[in-house]
Design a protein around this ligand. Structure first.
Ligand code: DAH
Length: 360
């Protein structure tokens, strides 16, 4: 059968030239589809004599399988080529070094706030917060600072504006974190143990003062809280915060309207070759004010001074940050100089935890 050889040649040619799956499918239909040329020939087998069928049958069947196999092979070859093309196009060098991303740092003040929060929360203190724009009652009166009290002038207060004709006393930018004591007492009652870290404001600007700075307030009220417990708490704090075994604190009698008795606390230190060392030496550095909470203050917080007593303290956060990390100039804290921030800042993953270096 000459025509079968011609047909085979023609189909194999077409298959070899089919450039995509659609073209292959078109050849398949013309050859092997329901009305395809090979299918039609096979249908004719029925009308042949048994003799004719004997030779034509195997020939046609052979042709059918050969074309079928050729179609499959061509399809597979096209798939391989497509995959190769994709592999070429989507090739990626995973050994290339990554692109550096500039990373920010944690400001030393934030770091120190996290550190002291970790230390005090280990001693059972919760964190309390209050507004930075405060009423003069919370900032002064409730803390036993009467209107004519000299402390009001000493604080160099920023007053908020009042509309003309509004004669209420102006709000202030809080001059210390002590008003948070009152708010915490009012909100929680006694017993209470809180610290209140945050921003405070005073009209003051020189090498050691900025108009905005940070304090942390501490307050512990219970039935029989004592000055001795205040001393222990502060010593424990300094040991953990400055990471030195031997700290020595000196309590100096002082005066604050909101505490009675009051004490300022100094920490033993030395200066050697401009290097500050905490815990040893013959110098003293003032780090905080403290005392036993005045009965008037307890009452302002809604707590009965005949039932409860406690201690309070207020510490400069910027101050202890400078001491711990050897930062010489306070003003640099708030200048947002990127070089300074990179130098003194902390890595985001450098999370303060008592188990991770902050020792007790
Ligand atoms: N509020 C004081 C200040 O800003 C610091 C202070 C002193 C807070 C004694 C206290 C304290 O709670 O008992 O200078």
């Amino acid at each position: 059968m000459d025509s079968i050889d011609t047909m085979r040649g023609r189909f194999l040619d077409q298959i070899a030239q089919a450039a995509d799956p659609d073209a292959i499918e078109a050849v398949r239909l013309t050859a092997l589809g329901k009305k395809g040329e090979i299918s039609l020939l096979m249908r004719n087998l029925g009308q042949m004599t048994p003799e004719e069928r004997k030779t034509a049958g195997p020939l046609l069947n052979g042709l059918k399988s050969e074309i079928d196999a050729a179609l499959k092979a061509r399809r597979a070859a096209l798939d391989d080529a497509a995959l190769d093309a994709r592999l070429q196009a989507e090739w990626l060098d995973v050994t290339l070094p990554g692109r550096p991303r500039s990373m920010g740092t944690i400001h030393p003040i934030s770091q120190v706030m996290d550190e002291l929060t970790a230390i005090f929360s280990d001693m059972g203190f919760a964190v309390a917060e209050g507004p930075q724009i405060e009423s003069d009652w919370y900032n002064f009166d409730a803390l036993n600072i009467a209107p004519e009290h000299p402390a009001r002038q000493e604080h160099d207060t920023f007053f908020m504006h009042r509309a003309p004709g509004d004669n209420r006393p102006p709000h202030v930018l809080r001059t210390h974190t002590s008003p948070v004591q009152i708010r915490a007492m009012q909100a929680q009652g006694a017993p209470i143990r809180v610290i209140a870290p945050g921003r405070v404001y005073r009209m003051d600007m020189d090498q050691t003062h900025t108009p905005m700075f940070h304090q942390v307030e501490g307050l512990a009220i219970d039935r029989d809280v004592s000055m001795a417990q205040l001393k222990w708490t502060l010593e424990e704090f300094c040991r953990a915060f400055f990471e030195v075994e031997d700290v020595e604190l000196r309590f100096r009698a002082s005066h604050f309207p909101f505490t009675e008795p009051s004490a300022e606390v100094d920490i033993r230190c030395s200066w050697e070759g401009g290097q500050l060392k905490i815990g040893e030496g013959k110098d003293w550095l003032e780090i905080l004010g403290s005392g036993m909470v005045h009965p008037h203050v307890l009452r302002a917080g809604g707590i009965d001074p005949d039932q409860w007593q406690g201690f309070a303290f207020g510490m400069g956060i910027d101050r202890i940050a400078m001491l711990k990390y050897g930062i010489p100039d306070l003003r640099a804290f708030f200048e947002s100089d990127l070089r300074w921030l990179r130098h003194y800042g902390f890595a985001a993953l450098d999370q303060p935890a008592l188990a991770a270096g902050l020792s007790r």
